[in-house]
Design a protein around this ligand. Structure first.
Ligand code: PGA
Length: 255
């Protein structure tokens, strides 16, 4: 089944409002009109509103890097899904490995966030991935399947159109090490089989599974050529318009 590629840039804790505006202008000029690929950017919270204004009425999707699961309340420092929706956010990245491993987010919290975001009518990019020790011990799929099952607990197949899964082996994030296309494809195919079990076959066929972890212009095309790799979640290489645009172009069908 042909799934429209989805390339998202995770800016992490980079880019103030001025830098965000400049980077987005560069992206709009080159890939703002593309129909064949969905393109998203996830600026830090302080630049989200500015980014929303620059992207207003455009095809580039505005993504947030995190969210809280409650609608409102005494949660100092947190942001509710409806607050993100109000400023034009389309998708929220949930369960990024930095949230899991630096900030201690659990599978349970991540599931609460996934459900809250879907309930708010937003899309989810659910990140999963094993650490190097897991891979060495042959536990890759055990870890990834626990994360997928837990992340999607209580979510039904009707939500499929709003769900993206990002497979990001932790050992490949920001390290310059990438999974080989074959290693990534193997896990992506297993995730799709699992999605059919957890949701249903049609949902599994529709859900896009992005690869993430040191995706660069030089390796994007061979990763994206794999049958179950439907896009990329890009960190470092999304901070420069030129490299991000090259990765988006590598996802164009027929390339
Ligand atoms: P990277 O980050 O491309 O810099 O490895 C990917 C990510 O953390 O989503």
């Amino acid at each position: 089944m042909a799934r429209k590629p989805f390339i998202a840039g995770n800016w992490k804790m980079h880019n103030d409002r001025r830098q965000s505006r400049a980077l987005l202008q560069g992206l709009l000029d080159s890939v703002g009109h593309l129909d064949e690929v969905d393109v998203g950017v996830a600026p830090p919270f302080t630049a989200l509103q500015t980014a929303g204004e620059v992207l207003y009425d455009n095809r580039i999707l505005l993504c947030a890097q995190n969210v809280h699961y409650a609608e409102s309340g005494a949660f100092t420092g947190e942001i509710a899904p409806s607050m993100l929706r109000e400023i034009g956010v389309d998708h929220v990245i949930i369960g990024h490995s930095e949230r899991r491993h630096i900030f201690g987010e659990t599978d349970e919290t991540i599931n609460q966030k996934v459900r809250a975001v879907l309930d708010a009518g937003l899309g989810v990019i659910l990140c999963v991935g094993e650490q190097l020790d897991d891979r060495k011990a042959g536990r890759t799929m055990a870890v990834v399947s626990r994360q997928v099952r837990a992340g999607l607990t209580g979510v039904g197949p009707e939500a499929a159109a709003h769900i993206t899964v990002a497979y990001e082996p932790v050992w490949a994030i920001g390290t310059g090490l990438t999974a080989t296309p074959e290693q990534a494809q193997e896990v992506h195919a297993d995730i799709r089989t699992l999605l059919a079990e957890v949701l249903d076959r049609a949902a599994a066929d529709a859900i896009r599974i992005q690869y993430g972890g040191s995706v660069k212009p030089g390796n994007a095309a061979e990763l994206l050529a794999q049958p179950d790799i439907d896009g990329a979640l890009v960190g470092g290489a999304s901070l420069k318009a030129e490299s991000f645009v090259d990765i988006v172009r590598a996802a164009l069908p027929g390339r």
